[in-house]
Design a protein around this ligand. Structure first.
Ligand code: BG6
Ligand code: MG
Length: 212
């Protein structure tokens, strides 16, 4: 094995929460009469909640105080968390589950490195609440991707050196974060076309080849 551990981004890698983020942000954008579509939603991948709102506010003509921004992001999260209750173990694809089990069976440690403050809730919904060896998420970082903090913390929680960890990401900011942290990165989805990852996966199970 080329690595001792694999650190997975959550949203867009282990599961797909895009549509719920979209619906929740759309509620807020509509309330503020801000144009919001899938193209803007795609820019929010891997970005923290407040930074996401700042991107949405690029099309807001007025001024907004910090208190209002906090109130709107809290409201978005309340809507989002309600939607997340629709998630269940059925939202974990057999391919993802089988690949995780193969990697674990090969002796690799497995961790989550996600910007989301809802990561543990989502993992619980998927039936993976106690599956990973470590979880580094939006609650234990002060800097968002492309800063490597979330992945460096995951490596620290696993007691592994960054160079022994492979990160799996679907967002360019996440690939940049992994590289900035001295880690190899396997990109999936849109990130597989950014040209800076060590491996570009066409499907999740390709990971089994990447780690050998
Ligand atoms: C990332 C998502 O995983 O988490 C982003 O890709 C999201 O779109 C970020 O903004 C923060 O999520 P949360 O759940 O803390 O609002
Ligand atoms: Mg992601």
């Amino acid at each position: 094995m080329k690595y001792k551990a694999v650190i997975f981004d959550l949203d867009g890698v282990i599961c797909h929460t895009d549509k719920y983020h979209y619906q929740a942000w759309k509620t807020i954008a509509d309330e503020l009469s801000i144009p919001f579509d899938e193209t803007i939603n795609n820019r929010l991948r891997g970005v923290s909640r407040m930074e996401s709102f700042e991107i949405i506010l690029e099309k807001y003509p007025g001024e907004m105080s910090q208190e209002e921004k906090v109130a709107y992001t809290e409201k978005k999260n309340a809507v989002y968390k309600e939607l997340l209750k629709n998630m269940s173990p059925k939202d974990l694809s057999p391919e993802v589950w089988e690949t995780l089990e193969k990697l674990r069976g090969a002796g690799l440690k497995l961790a989550i490195g996600s910007s989301s403050k809802n990561a543990r809730f989502i993992l619980g919904q998927l039936g993976l609440g106690t599956y990973f060896d470590a979880i580094s998420d939006g609650n234990n970082i002060s800097r968002s991707k492309p800063d490597p903090e979330v992945f460096l913390k995951a490596a620290e929680y696993l007691s592994e050196a960054p160079a022994d960890c492979l990160v799996v990401e679907d967002a360019k900011a996440g690939v940049e974060a992994a590289k900035a942290g001295g880690m190899d990165c396997a990109a999936i989805g849109d990130a597989a076309f950014c040209g800076i990852a060590d491996y570009d996966l066409s499907t999740f199970s390709d990971l089994c080849r990447a780690v050998r």
